[in-house]
Design a protein around this ligand. Structure first.
Ligand code: ADP
Ligand code: NI
Length: 218
């Protein structure tokens, strides 16, 4: 099978697998990340086929939803490509990217080791920013019955940069504890630029939110 055919088959597989996902990792998230990653890949001169395949597989069997097994996603991605008749080299390359993009635990500042991994990671982070990022954050908060905001709470500075601790903070807290920090963690020039725009939009949004909260929405 050619890489192009592998990408086609993988699209079908992931689309079907993520169709009924309610965790903020639905098919449309994957599709947006794929699209953004391709744009970044072209601007950064990364291998577009590798990037597309890795973007499609980046949340496959994610450890946050499989009981915490961090090796399962990368392994699943590798086996899927081998099953389709992809080369060992291709399978290993994708496995390595999925591994670097998905792993976020234990205080790791997630620097990636290849341009392709950096591109996919940036694209995934970009989907947590801007208008879409705001929507996803409140959707997630709602799914956990979180308050929109608690003006009395203190924002935690998580050393681990890990949003999956069992915290009970509000959704607005998530902006201060994670989302507003993302723009400084982008790895590609093109990603940084997009992140800057989406970041500024969120800052404007938060400003308006607080003014409306206190009854001063001029
Ligand atoms: P991905 O695995 O695609 O990088 P995450 O699993 O980190 O994304 O998060 C999925 C979405 O849910 C993101 O938009 C993120 O901002 C949001 N999210 C994660 N944790 C929280 C939280 N504690 N409060 C609000 N939104 C959250
Ligand atoms: Ni993702």
């Amino acid at each position: 099978m050619t890489t192009e055919q592998i990408i086609e088959k993988t699209t079908e597989y992931i689309k079907q697998k993520f169709e009924n996902e309610g965790t903020g990792h639905d098919w449309f998230h994957i599709d947006r990340v794929r699209r953004t990653a391709m744009l970044l890949a072209i601007e950064e001169g990364a291998d577009t086929q590798i990037v597309e395949l890795a973007a499609l597989l980046h949340d496959v069997d994610d450890w946050k939803f499989n009981g915490g097994d961090v090796d399962s996603g990368p392994e699943t991605a590798k086996n899927w490509i081998l099953e389709l008749g992809g080369s060992e080299a291709l399978a290993e390359t994708i496995k390595a990217i999925v591994n670097e993009v998905t792993f976020k635990g234990a205080g790791v500042e997630t620097k990636t080791s290849t341009l392709e991994a950096a591109v996919v990671q940036d694209a995934d982070r970009l989907d947590a920013l801007g208008a879409i990022g705001i929507a996803r954050a409140f959707a997630y908060g709602g799914s956990r019955s979180r308050l929109l905001w608690d003006p009395e709470e203190e924002y935690e500075q998580h050393e681990s940069f890990d949003a999956y601790k069992k915290n009970t903070s509000s959704t607005i807290a998530h902006f201060h504890e994670k989302l507003l920090l993302l723009k400084d963690r982008m790895q590609t020039v093109a990603g940084k630029q997009l992140a800057e725009e989406r970041h500024n939009f969120m800052v404007t949004y938060l400003d308006q939110f607080e003014r409306e909260w206190w009854g001063d929405n001029r």
